[in-house]
Ligand binder design. Structure first.
Ligand code: IMP
Length: 221
Protein backbone atom coordinates (compact mmCIF):
# COMPACT_ATOMS: atom_id res chain seq x y z
CA UNK A 1 0.00 0.00 0.00
CA UNK A 2 1.31 3.46 -0.93
CA UNK A 3 0.46 6.58 1.00
CA UNK A 4 1.70 10.16 0.62
CA UNK A 5 2.85 12.37 3.49
CA UNK A 6 2.26 15.99 2.45
CA UNK A 7 5.82 17.00 3.27
CA UNK A 8 9.21 17.24 1.57
CA UNK A 9 11.07 16.41 4.78
CA UNK A 10 12.81 13.02 4.29
CA UNK A 11 13.23 12.58 8.06
CA UNK A 12 9.47 12.91 8.61
CA UNK A 13 8.78 10.42 5.77
CA UNK A 14 11.10 7.75 7.23
CA UNK A 15 9.78 8.38 10.75
CA UNK A 16 6.17 7.76 9.67
CA UNK A 17 7.22 4.64 7.74
CA UNK A 18 8.98 3.27 10.84
CA UNK A 19 6.06 4.08 13.18
CA UNK A 20 3.54 2.46 10.83
CA UNK A 21 5.74 -0.62 10.42
CA UNK A 22 5.73 -0.99 14.23
CA UNK A 23 1.94 -0.90 14.43
CA UNK A 24 0.75 -2.89 11.41
CA UNK A 25 1.60 -6.00 9.45
CA UNK A 26 0.58 -4.26 6.21
CA UNK A 27 3.48 -3.20 4.00
CA UNK A 28 3.22 0.56 3.69
CA UNK A 29 5.43 2.70 1.49
CA UNK A 30 5.40 6.37 2.44
CA UNK A 31 5.96 8.77 -0.46
CA UNK A 32 6.71 12.50 -0.29
CA UNK A 33 5.23 15.36 -2.33
CA UNK A 34 8.43 15.30 -4.38
CA UNK A 35 7.95 11.58 -5.10
CA UNK A 36 4.56 12.31 -6.70
CA UNK A 37 5.89 15.34 -8.59
CA UNK A 38 3.94 17.97 -6.63
CA UNK A 39 6.01 21.14 -6.37
CA UNK A 40 3.50 23.92 -5.54
CA UNK A 41 3.35 25.57 -2.12
CA UNK A 42 0.30 24.56 -0.09
CA UNK A 43 -1.57 27.51 1.42
CA UNK A 44 -2.29 26.66 5.06
CA UNK A 45 -5.20 29.02 5.64
CA UNK A 46 -7.15 26.95 8.17
CA UNK A 47 -8.14 28.27 11.58
CA UNK A 48 -6.97 25.26 13.64
CA UNK A 49 -4.22 22.63 13.65
CA UNK A 50 -6.74 20.03 12.48
CA UNK A 51 -7.96 22.19 9.60
CA UNK A 52 -4.42 22.87 8.42
CA UNK A 53 -3.52 19.18 8.60
CA UNK A 54 -6.66 18.37 6.56
CA UNK A 55 -5.80 21.06 3.98
CA UNK A 56 -2.30 19.60 3.48
CA UNK A 57 -3.45 15.95 3.45
CA UNK A 58 -6.14 16.66 0.86
CA UNK A 59 -3.52 17.63 -1.74
CA UNK A 60 -2.30 14.03 -2.36
CA UNK A 61 -5.88 12.78 -1.87
CA UNK A 62 -7.13 15.00 -4.70
CA UNK A 63 -4.47 13.33 -6.90
CA UNK A 64 -5.77 9.84 -6.05
CA UNK A 65 -3.49 8.93 -3.12
CA UNK A 66 -4.19 8.36 0.55
CA UNK A 67 -2.91 11.68 1.94
CA UNK A 68 -1.41 12.22 5.39
CA UNK A 69 -0.25 15.47 7.03
CA UNK A 70 0.51 16.89 10.44
CA UNK A 71 0.36 20.38 11.87
CA UNK A 72 1.57 21.44 15.28
CA UNK A 73 2.40 24.41 17.45
CA UNK A 74 2.45 26.00 20.87
CA UNK A 75 -0.64 27.40 22.59
CA UNK A 76 -0.04 29.66 25.58
CA UNK A 77 -2.87 30.14 28.09
CA UNK A 78 -1.97 33.73 29.05
CA UNK A 79 -1.85 34.72 25.36
CA UNK A 80 -5.30 33.29 24.55
CA UNK A 81 -3.78 30.37 22.67
CA UNK A 82 -1.13 32.33 20.71
CA UNK A 83 1.15 31.67 18.88
CA UNK A 84 -1.03 28.65 17.95
CA UNK A 85 -1.23 27.97 14.22
CA UNK A 86 1.17 30.88 13.68
CA UNK A 87 3.93 29.27 15.79
CA UNK A 88 6.46 29.00 12.94
CA UNK A 89 6.08 32.68 11.90
CA UNK A 90 5.26 34.25 15.27
CA UNK A 91 7.97 36.95 15.07
CA UNK A 92 6.93 37.96 11.54
CA UNK A 93 9.02 38.35 8.41
CA UNK A 94 12.31 36.43 8.65
CA UNK A 95 11.10 34.49 11.71
CA UNK A 96 13.43 31.86 13.15
CA UNK A 97 13.50 29.88 16.40
CA UNK A 98 15.63 32.49 18.20
CA UNK A 99 13.39 35.42 17.23
CA UNK A 100 10.21 33.47 17.99
CA UNK A 101 11.48 32.62 21.49
CA UNK A 102 12.45 36.27 22.11
CA UNK A 103 9.00 37.44 21.00
CA UNK A 104 7.34 34.89 23.30
CA UNK A 105 9.43 36.02 26.28
CA UNK A 106 8.69 39.69 25.59
CA UNK A 107 4.94 39.04 25.30
CA UNK A 108 5.05 37.22 28.65
CA UNK A 109 7.49 39.41 30.62
CA UNK A 110 4.84 40.32 33.24
CA UNK A 111 2.99 36.98 33.43
CA UNK A 112 3.51 35.39 36.88
CA UNK A 113 4.68 31.78 37.20
CA UNK A 114 1.29 30.37 38.14
CA UNK A 115 -0.25 31.72 34.90
CA UNK A 116 2.49 30.54 32.50
CA UNK A 117 0.75 27.30 31.47
CA UNK A 118 1.01 26.20 27.84
CA UNK A 119 0.43 23.21 25.61
CA UNK A 120 2.14 21.85 22.55
CA UNK A 121 -0.56 20.51 20.22
CA UNK A 122 -0.27 18.28 17.17
CA UNK A 123 -2.93 17.14 14.70
CA UNK A 124 -2.36 14.34 12.21
CA UNK A 125 -4.87 13.93 9.37
CA UNK A 126 -5.55 11.28 6.76
CA UNK A 127 -7.69 12.13 3.70
CA UNK A 128 -8.99 9.40 1.41
CA UNK A 129 -9.19 9.78 -2.35
CA UNK A 130 -12.69 10.08 -3.82
CA UNK A 131 -14.45 6.76 -4.11
CA UNK A 132 -12.34 4.90 -1.52
CA UNK A 133 -14.56 3.22 1.06
CA UNK A 134 -13.44 2.89 4.67
CA UNK A 135 -15.10 2.39 8.00
CA UNK A 136 -13.93 5.40 10.02
CA UNK A 137 -14.91 5.49 13.73
CA UNK A 138 -17.24 8.46 14.42
CA UNK A 139 -14.94 9.95 17.13
CA UNK A 140 -12.19 10.66 14.61
CA UNK A 141 -14.22 11.12 11.42
CA UNK A 142 -13.79 14.38 9.52
CA UNK A 143 -14.24 15.84 6.02
CA UNK A 144 -11.81 17.78 3.87
CA UNK A 145 -12.99 21.08 2.36
CA UNK A 146 -13.66 19.21 -0.88
CA UNK A 147 -15.93 16.81 1.02
CA UNK A 148 -13.48 13.88 0.99
CA UNK A 149 -13.66 11.34 3.83
CA UNK A 150 -10.95 11.86 6.43
CA UNK A 151 -9.89 11.27 10.00
CA UNK A 152 -7.84 13.33 12.43
CA UNK A 153 -5.97 12.43 15.64
CA UNK A 154 -4.66 14.99 18.13
CA UNK A 155 -1.99 14.95 20.79
CA UNK A 156 -1.24 17.49 23.49
CA UNK A 157 1.55 17.90 26.04
CA UNK A 158 1.11 20.41 28.87
CA UNK A 159 3.94 22.42 30.40
CA UNK A 160 4.91 25.93 31.46
CA UNK A 161 6.87 28.71 29.77
CA UNK A 162 10.10 29.61 31.58
CA UNK A 163 11.57 33.13 31.87
CA UNK A 164 14.74 32.09 30.05
CA UNK A 165 15.97 29.32 27.77
CA UNK A 166 17.31 26.03 29.19
CA UNK A 167 18.94 23.25 27.15
CA UNK A 168 20.48 22.88 23.73
CA UNK A 169 18.47 20.06 22.12
CA UNK A 170 15.28 19.99 20.07
CA UNK A 171 14.03 22.93 18.03
CA UNK A 172 11.45 25.72 18.06
CA UNK A 173 10.16 26.65 21.51
CA UNK A 174 11.72 23.57 23.20
CA UNK A 175 14.19 25.55 25.42
CA UNK A 176 11.32 27.54 27.00
CA UNK A 177 8.87 24.65 27.47
CA UNK A 178 9.27 23.11 30.94
CA UNK A 179 7.64 19.79 31.82
CA UNK A 180 7.24 19.43 35.60
CA UNK A 181 7.03 15.60 35.59
CA UNK A 182 10.51 15.48 34.00
CA UNK A 183 11.94 18.51 35.83
CA UNK A 184 13.35 19.59 32.44
CA UNK A 185 12.56 21.56 29.31
CA UNK A 186 11.93 19.76 26.02
CA UNK A 187 15.40 20.98 24.97
CA UNK A 188 16.98 19.05 27.87
CA UNK A 189 15.34 15.72 26.98
CA UNK A 190 16.81 13.10 24.64
CA UNK A 191 14.90 12.55 21.39
CA UNK A 192 13.45 9.30 22.83
CA UNK A 193 12.37 10.95 26.09
CA UNK A 194 10.72 13.81 24.21
CA UNK A 195 8.98 11.46 21.77
CA UNK A 196 7.50 9.44 24.66
CA UNK A 197 5.59 12.45 26.06
CA UNK A 198 5.42 15.00 23.23
CA UNK A 199 2.28 16.18 21.43
CA UNK A 200 3.70 14.79 18.18
CA UNK A 201 4.60 11.42 19.69
CA UNK A 202 1.13 11.07 21.24
CA UNK A 203 -0.67 12.15 18.04
CA UNK A 204 1.50 9.95 15.80
CA UNK A 205 1.04 6.81 17.92
CA UNK A 206 -2.74 7.40 18.08
CA UNK A 207 -2.75 8.03 14.34
CA UNK A 208 -0.86 4.81 13.53
CA UNK A 209 -3.27 2.77 15.66
CA UNK A 210 -6.27 4.39 13.96
CA UNK A 211 -4.73 3.97 10.50
CA UNK A 212 -4.18 0.27 11.17
CA UNK A 213 -7.74 -0.19 12.44
CA UNK A 214 -9.27 1.61 9.44
CA UNK A 215 -7.17 0.02 6.69
CA UNK A 216 -6.24 -3.40 8.10
CA UNK A 217 -9.89 -4.28 8.54
CA UNK A 218 -10.54 -3.02 5.04
CA UNK A 219 -7.81 -5.16 3.43
CA UNK A 220 -8.89 -8.20 5.45
CA UNK A 221 -12.49 -7.95 4.11
P1 IMP B 1 5.05 22.01 12.41
O1 IMP B 1 3.59 22.16 12.04
O2 IMP B 1 5.36 20.69 13.02
O3 IMP B 1 5.95 22.39 11.27
O4 IMP B 1 5.32 23.09 13.58
C1 IMP B 1 5.10 24.47 13.41
C2 IMP B 1 5.89 25.27 14.44
O5 IMP B 1 5.42 24.96 15.77
C3 IMP B 1 7.39 24.98 14.46
O6 IMP B 1 8.05 25.78 13.53
C4 IMP B 1 7.75 25.34 15.89
O7 IMP B 1 7.91 26.74 16.04
C5 IMP B 1 6.52 24.92 16.68
N1 IMP B 1 6.65 23.53 17.16
C6 IMP B 1 5.93 22.45 16.76
N2 IMP B 1 6.33 21.34 17.41
C7 IMP B 1 7.34 21.73 18.23
C8 IMP B 1 8.17 21.02 19.16
O8 IMP B 1 8.10 19.79 19.36
N3 IMP B 1 9.08 21.76 19.81
C9 IMP B 1 9.22 23.10 19.63
N4 IMP B 1 8.50 23.80 18.77
C10 IMP B 1 7.54 23.13 18.07
Amino acid sequence: MKIVLASRNKKKIRELETLLAQSTSMHIEVLSLDDIGYSDEIEEDGTSFSENALIKASVPASLGYIGIADDSGLTVDALNGAPGIYSARYSGEGADDGKNNEKLLSEMWNVPNELRGAGFVSAVACVLPRGMQADIPSEIRAKSREGLDAFVLRGECRGTILHEKHGEGGFGYDPLFYVAEKGKTFAELSAEEKNAISHRGIAMRAFCAAFTAVFQEKTED
